[in-house]
Design a protein around this ligand. Sequence first.
Ligand code: MG
Length: 160
Amino acid sequence: MKTSVGIGRDLHRLVPGRPFLLAGVRLPFEKGEAGHSDGDVLAHAVSDAVLGAAALGDIGELFPPSDPAWKDADSMVLLRQAWKRVRAAGWRLENLDCVVICEAPKILPWREQIRSALAGALDVDAAAVFVKGKTAEGLDAAGRGLAVEAEAVCLLGKDL
Ligand code: MG
């Protein structure tokens, strides 16, 4: 079996009047991600991780913010499109691990829903996907509640 690791990272500003979305799951909160698309920071980080592992580009290249087609786009649709490219190259997802960094809201109550949403988009069992929340100790943009960040690492495999 051939394997390949990928990493993805993203940050979006948090502003009032926008939904707070993680892998398409809407968490109740007074602010949400600013962005040209729906701003789903976790969907973006995961898309870049799987694309990077397969060396098939990145989401800024595939879905440029300059293209009006992606205005307010559902980022889980973008993730599914990215995954389709990766899968077409013969890859399957072995596992995915993610960190979401924000002061609030708490991620833990939503973990299982988020895992299921990512697993569904990536054609794996939820056991192959993990997500945890971290705070930033009141420091930096995430710590001051101005932004939410996500990091994702994945392992892809293919039989040769
Ligand atoms: Mg983004």
